[in-house]
Ligand binder design. Structure first.
Ligand SMILES: Nc1ncnc2c1ncn2[C@@H]1O[C@H](COP(=O)(O)OP(=O)(O)OP(=O)(O)O)[C@@H](O)[C@H]1O
Length: 236
């Protein structure tokens, strides 16, 4: 059996006056899709920051396989309608790090691939400011895919999108998971999306955690704050 992409073993962490997790252990098998769910303030973002190496555990270990390559998709934030760059230029923004004001053949090929994977190829010349919310969020996803990661963290990436757009984005992520074997960690408040699109879930509640297959998720017994399934509502 291949090693899990991520192994978290007996992890403890807290801020000075606020313990967040004690003895947290779980794995993310390669090619799995996992939801990280929990009410506001329970420590989801902090766990992501620990996984990204921004914070150090007070006890326990976080171990990735040597080939792990991370892509990160943030929560959707609207972009001003005047924003002039095209979808293609926006996706490529982080690539101009080599000192030349032009893109290499390899970078162009990577862009083409990321736009194809996110179904944005035909929309690539559209100004980001004029793109729909779903297209903008797919452009963030394409940015994350540009370096060909094998692990994707979606950090409340569907919050503030409308219901159809959430479903479309998750359908696309599922497709990437199946075709590329991407391992996905989906941080969310939305139990419906977690159940529909991911294989397992890590539920954080104050002082406890639960890691289970989503097939075993019983929404009725979930903490009340999560039952409404509400993420921040679409505001555009
Ligand atoms: N740098 C920090 N110093 C002290 N306390 C912090 C710091 N960052 C977060 N916290 C606290 O730790 C707790 C967990 O925060 P975190 O942002 O991880 O929660 P969350 O589950 O991601 O919440 P949300 O769903 O609202 O994003 C909160 O009480 C928060 O106020």
């Amino acid at each position: 059996m291949t090693a899990p992409l991520l192994t978290v073993d007996h992890l403890s962490f807290g801020f000075r006056d606020r313990p967040l997790y004690e003895d947290l252990s779980f794995t993310l098998p390669r090619g799995s899709m996992t939801s990280l769910i929990g009410a506001n303030g329970v420590g989801k973002t902090t766990l992501v920051r620990l996984l990204m190496g921004e914070l150090q555990p007070t006890a326990g270990t976080i171990t990735f396989t040597a080939d792990m390559k991370l892509g990160y998709v943030p929560q959707f934030r609207n972009i001003d309608s005047e924003f002039p760059l095209t979808i293609a230029s926006f996706v490529q923004l982080n690539q101009l790090g080599h000192g030349f004001p032009w893109h290499t053949k390899r970078e162009k090929a990577a862009l083409h691939q990321a736009l194809t994977q996110t179904h944005l190829l035909e929309r690539r010349t559209l100004a980001m400011g004029r793109a729909s919310g779903g297209e903008k969020q797919k452009a963030y996803l394409a940015q994350a895919l540009l370096t060909q990661p094998n692990f994707l963290i979606l950090d409340e990436a569907t919050a503030s999108l409308d219901v159809n757009t959430k479903e479309e984005l998750m359908g696309l992520v599922k497709e990437l998971n199946e075709t590329l074997g991407l391992t996905v960690l989906f941080v969310t408040h939305d139990l419906g999306l977690a159940k529909a699109y991911t294989d397992q879930y890590l539920l954080l509640t104050p002082g406890h955690y639960e890691m289970r297959a989503t097939a075993q998720m019983d929404i009725a017994t979930m903490p009340d704050e999560l039952k409404s399934g509400e993420e921040e509502e679409a505001a555009h």
